[in-house]
Design a protein around this ligand. Structure first.
Ligand code: NAD
Length: 327
């Protein structure tokens, strides 16, 4: 395929893997890149910048294709030096970075000097324009359907993506709610240059999480997510489970008095990590998008990406072209 995103990153298909905490490890990123998409290693999944360097080296052993590194800049329960992780990315020689969360401006000059292309993932048109203004090469525009942090505006992709297309001049990747060829065609029609998929890649053979969690995703419907931390203006969408129910009860009880100290024991990423290792879906909170309702199997990344591309071509040829043709 050919879009501004395939050209910019020298990839075969405009399909980017989301930078998922605990999931974006070398084996998944390499599998996505080997299948022609853009794999992403998640920096903060590694305990230290030195471990990130080792993980990037491990990914290089598994693929010769381009891959990127995600650096998420959001409030955190553990002390994180984002500057040190950014430096490790530069030292690794990786040339594609996906930043997410807060404004990546403090790191832009160093990334640009190192010849790194920066995709900033954000959840609003105004943040996308800011990313464009500070020199990001592309943005990933994340609709309200998404897993993890959807922002506070609650604008779904069907409106957010064409709004982004109206305003941006740099290429953008549509994120939130994508799982199949229908989504790819829709994203291109709405003005995006590709799609970003997180939850869909969790349910692949190569995703480094317990098989039971993948099966739980397959069994789920679009109603199986929950939003927490709204009152803290750090809203996050998780797979709905016993822990999100408990946390929602705490949020209701505390009302306007709610602080992160009340929620920390429930939303801690350390508990979420146990979910992926043990296969116990109720051991902590774990991110998932509404798109769980569209995930029905556990293919390899190669099978998934080639199916999405052939589905997209089939939709255009068998559905769109005939429907739009003049009589
Ligand atoms: P963590 O255990 O440090 O924190 C758990 C959750 O609490 C995170 O959502 C975090 O943003 C939130 N939080 C922490 N301190 C806060 C505060 N003072 N005020 C408000 N909210 C607070 O996080 P983790 O699971 O180890 O993840 C590491 C990083 O990756 C975090 O910054 C997290 O937000 C981010 N993350 C991002 C996504 C995404 O969708 N972009 C998904 C998962 C995690």
């Amino acid at each position: 395929m050919k879009t501004r995103i395939t050209e910019m990153f020298a990839i075969r298909y405009p399909i980017v893997q989301g930078g998922m905490q605990w999931v974006g490890r070398a084996e998944l990123a390499a599998a996505v890149s080997n299948a022609g998409g853009l794999g992403i290693v998640t920096a903060l999944t590694q305990p230290t910048p030195e471990d990130l360097l080792k993980e990037i080296a491990r990914c290089r052993e598994m693929t010769d294709a381009p891959f990127g590194v995600n650096l998420t800049i959001l409030p955190s329960l553990r002390a994180i030096s984002h500057a040190e992780f950014a430096q490790a990315i530069i030292d690794s020689g990786v040339k594609i970075v996906e930043t997410a969360g807060r404004n990546p401006e403090p790191y832009m000059a160093a990334f640009k000097e190192a010849g790194i292309k920066v995709i900033h993932k954000c959840t609003s048109v105004r943040h996308s324009l800011k990313a464009q203004a500070i020199g990001c090469d592309a943005v990933s525009v994340d609709g309200f359907e998404c897993a993890g942090h959807p922002g506070e505006d609650d604008i779904p992709g069907l409106v957010l993506l064409p709004r982004a297309a109206e305003e941006l001049t740099i290429p953008f990747i549509a994120s939130g709610g994508f799982a199949d060829g229908r989504g790819l065609v829709a994203a291109l029609a709405l003005g995006a240059d590709g799609i970003n998929m997180g939850t869909r890649f969790m349910a692949t053979l190569e995703a480094p999480i317990h098989r039971s969690i993948k099966e739980r995703i397959v069994a789920a419907s679009e109603l199986d997510t929950a939003l927490l931390m709204r009152q803290l203006r750090n809203t996050a969408r998780y797979f709905r489970n016993e822990v999100t129910d408990q946390a929602l009860a705490v949020e209701r009880d505390q009302g306007a008095e709610l602080t992160i100290e009340h929620l920390g024991p429930f939303v801690s990423g350390q508990r979420g990590k146990i979910v992926y290792e043990s296969g116990n879906a109720d051991a902590g909170v774990w991110s998932a998008g509404m798109v769980v309702g569209l995930i029905h199997d556990i293919p390899t990344c190669e099978e998934l990406i080639s199916r999405i591309v052939s589905e997209a071509r089939e939709i255009v040829a068998s559905r769109l072209a005939p429907a739009l043709a003049c009589a």
